[in-house]
Design a protein around this ligand. Structure first.
Ligand code: NAD
Ligand code: DAU
Length: 377
């Protein structure tokens, strides 16, 4: 089967893993990576596949409707995997408009361009799919009913050696949307538009909501790469509030594998939650990162714990996210490939071995931006 697949945001963290997987696994597909190359987009993430004959990079802004119309038509796109977004909560608190423009208007422009092109074809929507990548943050925040943790009621291979849950509730596909940050509000809005294009025009769409990803190529404004880099440089580790917030972590390649499976086998108009039942309190996760980095750098155990610096909490900081991914596991047979302890070791090693990648993006504009944010706390 010959398919022309548009992957948006393919130069970012998760997108680059999805592009790499599709380019390598499906030589018969033509993969078109559409990315604006904002601060978060980096073509160095795709060096290993950039010369592959089934790969094309196009620099464009998803919010430019005419550009989306032109690109979708020119490449005769039959499937779209939409990851392009502004993705960092802290930035959304400072600049919500950019999030509305890209995440809401950008998604809408892409939907409209796909609709017009697909409806112009004789076969119309047959064999087409608009797959929208979303987040667990749209569901809001769960309560910390068990702050010390209780044995987790569900586990997968992604879970850690000592599995814990910090509350009794989990996000289900049926959980009512209740976003709190400008980022999650913009993602929630985009999810609604995607479903509206299915319900109103009959466009074949799908939405997935995933938990926090970690792994190689993540921009070092996010907790894990930021802290690995700061430990290496002996810089402070800014822990928001008391470090008690809980996140549910999944290795990025396992998210990319889920996207592949759902793109090919998922049911149109369905929602699938993606997560590994791997909850961590921030402060506990930070201690694991510190001990892993110290060990791999040959530092005395716990040496970098002194870098922990409690700072003013993030505004509206969601307390706990925990995804219930049993639907995806039982209906499509997905399961994570990596246990958390292996994943975090692999991740820390990758950042320590890819200093040049890190140094390139932490110099210049980004460094100044980060300094400003840090000073303001
Ligand atoms: P990222 O910030 O690393 O990458 C986003 C990419 O989108 C960048 O390459 C950027 O250049 C591109 N982009 C931004 N604005 C654009 C525009 N207007 N036009 C075209 N391209 C544009 O993000 P990520 O962490 O890889 O997240 C990818 C997607 O997955 C997002 O939709 C995010 O909401 C979702 N998601 C992320 C996580 C996570 O833990 N990182 C978890 C669940 C869902
Ligand atoms: O849940 C999925 C979401 O995960 C994605 O949709 C987002 O795109 C992604 O950025 C991520 O959002 P978070 O806000 O959870 O990730 P972040 O890495 O920014 O923060 C993780 C936790 O660590 C959060 O509770 C805030 C805290 N934190 C973060 C940073 C950057 C700190 O304590 N200090 C920090 O410096």
């Amino acid at each position: 089967m010959k398919r022309n697949i548009l992957i948006t945001g393919g130069a970012g963290f998760i997108g680059s893993h999805v592009v790499r997987l599709f380019v390598n696994k499906y030589p018969d597909y033509h993969i078109v990576n559409l990315d604006k190359l904002t601060y978060a987009g980096n073509l160095a993430n795709l060096k290993d596949i950039e010369d592959c004959p089934n790969y094309t990079f196009v620099r464009a802004d998803i919010a430019e409707l005419d550009e989306m119309r032109r690109i979708i038509k020119e490449y005769e796109i039959s499937g779209i995997i939409h990851l392009a977004a502004e993705s960092h909560v802290d930035r959304s608190i400072k600049d919500p408009f950019t999030f509305a423009r890209t995440n809401v208007m950008g998604t809408l422009a892409l939907l409209q361009a796909a609709k017009e092109y697909w409806e112009s074809l004789p076969e119309k929507y047959e064999g087409k799919l608009f797959y929208h990548i979303s987040t667990d943050e749209v569901y809001g925040a769960l309560e910390l009913t068990h702050p010390e943790g209780v044995p987790a009621p569900f586990t997968t291979k992604a879970s850690s050696d000592n599995d814990m849950a910090y509350g009794t509730e989990f996000f289900l596909e049926t959980t009512k949307y209740n976003p709190h940050s400008p980022y999650s509000a913009s993602k929630a809005s985009s999810d609604h538009f995607v479903r509206a294009y299915h319900d109103t025009y009959g466009m074949p769409t799908l939405v997935t909501n995933c938990s926090n990803n970690y792994g190689p190529y993540q921009f070092p404004e996010k907790l894990i790469p930021l802290f690995i880099n700061n430990i290496r440089q002996g810089k402070p580790l800014p822990v928001y509030g008391k470090g008690e917030n809980v996140r549910d972590w999944l290795f990025v390649e396992d998210h990319a594998r889920a996207i592949d499976l759902i793109f090919h086998k998922g049911k149109v108009a369905e929602t699938y939650n993606i997560g590994g039942f791997n909850e961590w309190k921030n402060i506990d996760l930070i201690k694991v990162i510190i001990s892993t980095v110290d060990r791999l750098l040959g530092n005395p155990e716990g040496q970098s714990e002194k870098l922990i610096t409690f700072v003013t909490d993030r505004l509206g900081h969601d307390m706990r996210y925990a995804i219930d991914s049993r639907k995806l596991q039982s209906e499509l047979g997905w399961e994570p490939s990596l246990q958390f302890e292996e994943g975090i070791e692999k991740t820390v090693r990758w950042y320590l071995d890819h200093q040049e990648w890190m140094d390139n993006i932490t110099s210049g504009d980004y460094e100044r931006y980060y300094d400003d944010m840090y000073k303001n706390r």
